[in-house]
Design a protein around this ligand. Structure first.
Ligand code: 5U1
Length: 694
């Protein structure tokens, strides 16, 4: 490759990158971009002297600095005045109406991203410097870190390249990236961030830009600090569109609105969308659209008079930690759960929040009675993000992860390299037994109705059930005379009674004939969810074959890696598990009243077509309510056709199946341009592949 060809390829790669990150319209498949990227890398290794300053390969970072040097902003980075309610909005609008002399003033309405304000300087199209806001006059030079953010162009595109451009905007971490980052960090004991804003700030302040490069950051521009060598459009909105044409990302929710009503509607609309967005926002920014009007209105000492930030109620609140419960799950995993003084945050009242594991308790340095910051954003479960140290009582007692199971007293163990701690009591531990039973009888497993949590608790407490197979030994009398703990009738403990007992017994008996995949799922093998159970049922003719499978046999199934394969092998090796399976299926006559379980082979047997299923490689997302079937059945059908079913929508989603009252996932699909199937489309798909009859 000649140098000229190399430079053309750099420009091509940058065009692809802008199409992908800024315009959401990829020009080539990811693999093609990767190929080009590696071609550039190969050339640069052979010709280091030719390395282009805008080559996408420099985004991996690697320059390590001793500290950040200070940069004086030529034009100060402003902040905005805040308002919090309708009355203040009316005052803002009235002031502008009075000054302009008419009420239908045009505004550019934007979301207020919860990230970090930065200034990025381009000279003759090339990104030359970037700085944090700092105190508005002097910030820190973070050029190398900014260059690692893939959505920020290293060179501007188009015909109207200014000789000098100072772009202002927000660097932020999208929620999906933040959640994935924290989930991984919790698993491997890495750095967990309190919220996406802290994550963005911490990532930008890395002295080694290679670390920043690994963080999922992105950027949206919202203002031009200075421009030379090109004339700018006359409105804020058109200026943003102009930036986008240069390859700089702007926020897609930006809109022109008119008058007070337009401002109110925009605020309401964005407040309603807030949870479904893939990034945190803390309000909306309302700017007079005409630059001439902005210039006429000018600034107060600190903030523009023509713009305001209308803030949303907070998604973080402070409340008191009342207690910590250590809950034992089906597999013995011990999870600490914070019990909190109820607090209204992010649209719901929260009284408990997971503390994940022992490391998290250490990280938070948690004491009983502490005041803690709770965060609830979007659909994410509430998190304890930090402790308010100033409010800690002098003699506060530290929260310590127990060494003995709070339910059965067995040792709690934590394997090396793992973050999860386990109770070693196995099914001797009543908590584990209860959770196993609840899972076994659940709708997607054996589907034994009326056997809710309280009855399971009572069966275990009374000693009538000491293993899942004992369910099939229960007589009508056993059930009818079951004392329901905590429920009294005329001062006496209430018994279950024969009406409910008959129903339950009937449901237990009906479950003796069960789909093979449901039974596999019901066993509660670690890492075997519904989808994996279905794949196992499709691969193996029966239970004996499954139990005799080798690791290689298991790993030949898509989705099953070495870790899951080992867990399946370990499960079937365990003598207690073998005994349960004997009792239930293989030698029931020795143990069980009446007949044992009959495992039904899969309806759509497709083992010979494994690897060539019609929907293989496609990921679907189910949202809303389907009238023809419940979601778990819809999922089973999709998985049986080779599809993956995911809980969240991304660019990689093949299609979203939207039922009645679909909400945020449907909105996200529309935002990303992912195809949406109605329930009828979905039924037609199932008919096409013979799952449903026409
Ligand atoms: N969306 C948006 N956020 N934000 C923050 N626009 C915007 N504008 C700002 C700031 C500080 O300042 C300009 C009005 C100069």
């Amino acid at each position: 490759m000649t140098k000229q060809e190399y430079l053309e390829k750099v420009a091509l790669a940058n065009r692809y990158s802008i199409a992908y990150y800024v315009n959401d319209e990829p020009l080539v498949p990811d693999a093609e971009y990767d190929r080009l990227f590696h071609e550039l890398l190969d050339y640069e290794v052979a010709h280091p002297q030719d390395l282009a300053q805008d080559s996408p390969t420099i985004r991996v970072g690697g320059k390590v600095r001793a500290g950040f040097e200070e940069v004086a902003h030529k034009v100060p980075l402003l902040s905005l005045g805040d308002i919090f309610n309708q009355e203040e909005l009316e005052n803002f609008s009235q002031k502008i109406t009075d000054e302009e002399g008419y009420s239908e003033v045009e505004y550019c309405a934007e979301v207020k991203l919860d990230g970090l304000a930065v200034s990025i300087i381009y000279e003759n199209g090339l990104l030359v410097r970037a700085a944090t806001r700092g105190d508005g006059k002097v910030g820190e030079n973070i050029t190398e870190n900014i260059k690692t953010i893939k959505s920020i162009p290293l060179r501007l595109i188009g015909e109207h390249i200014p000789s000098y451009l100072d772009v202002r905007g927000e660097v932020f971490m999208p929620r999906d990236g933040f959640n994935a980052w924290n989930e991984k960090a919790r698993k491997i004991g890495g750095k967990v961030f309190a919220n996406p804003r802290n994550a963005a700030a911490g990532s930008l302040r890395q002295l080694d830009s290679a670390i920043t490069a690994k963080r999922p950051l992105t950027f949206n521009a919202y203002y031009i600090g200075e421009c030379q060598g090109q004339s700018l459009p006359d409105t804020q909105y058109e200026r943003l569109v102009w930036l986008k044409k240069l390859g700089i990302p702007i926020n897609p929710l930006t809109k022109i609105v008119k008058g007070l009503k337009g401002l109110e509607d925009f605020y309401k609309d964005i407040a309603q969308k807030r949870d479904s967005l893939n990034y945190d926002i803390d309000g909306v920014v309302l700017k007079v659209n005409e630059i001439a009007v902005q210039e006429r209105m000018g600034f107060t000492s600190r903030v523009p008079r023509w713009a305001v930030a209308y803030k949303f109620p907070p998604q973080e609140e402070i409340t008191k930690l009342l207690d910590v419960e250590f809950q034992v799950g089906r597999t013995g995993a011990v999870t600490p759960v914070a019990k909190l003084e109820p607090v209204y945050v992010g649209g719901a009242t929260i009284s408990s929040a997971t503390l994940h594991n022992a490391d998290e308790i250490e990280r938070l340095d948690l004491c009983y009675g502490d005041y803690v910051t709770i965060r609830r954003a979007g659909d994410v479960i509430p998190q304890v993000v930090g402790v308010v140290q100033e409010k800690r009582l002098k003699d506060a007692k530290k929260v310590v992860f127990p060494t003995k199971c709070p339910v059965c007293g067995s040792d709690i163990e934590r394997l090396e390299g793992e973050v999860v701690s386990y109770c070693t009591g196995g099914l001797y531990c009543k908590a584990q037994l209860k959770r196993s039973l609840e899972h076994f009888v659940s709708r997607d497993a054996m589907d034994i109705e009326n056997l809710g949590g309280a009855i399971v608790d009572a069966l275990v407490a009374s000693g009538k059930v000491t293993a899942i197979s004992d369910l099939y030994l229960l007589s009508l009398e056993d059930l009818a005379t079951l004392p329901l703990e905590g429920q009294t009738l005329s001062g006496k403990t209430r018994l279950l009674g024969s009406v409910v007992a008959k129903k339950i017994l009937n449901n237990i008996n009906n479950s003796r004939k069960i789909d093979f995949n449901r039974f596999i799922y019901a066993l509660g093998i670690p890492s075997v969810g519904q989808a994996t159970a279905l794949l196992l049922a499709r691969k193996f003719a029966g239970l004996k074959e499954l139990m005799q499978a080798t690791k290689d046999d298991l790993m030949s199934i898509p989705d099953i890696g070495p870790k899951s394969a080992q867990e399946i092998l370990d499960f079937f090796k365990e003598p207690h598990n073998k005994e349960i399976i004997d009792r239930l299926v293989l030698k029931p006559e020795e143990y069980i009243l009446g007949q044992g379980l009959t495992l039904m082979p899969l309806k759509a047997q497709a083992s010979d077509t494994l690897g060539a299923l019609p929907l293989e490689g496609r990921t679907y997302v189910l949202t809303g309510t389907l009238s023809s079937m419940d979601r778990s059945l819809a999922k089973e059908h999709l998985v049986s056709l080779g599809a993956k079913v995911s809980g969240s929508v991304s660019k990689k989603t093949y299609a979203v199946i939207a039922g009645e009252a679909a909400g945020s996932k449907l909105a996200k699909a529309n935002e990303l341009g992912v195809q949406v199937l109605s329930e009828d489309d979905f039924l037609a798909l199932l008919q096409e592949y013979g799952i449903l009859s026409n």
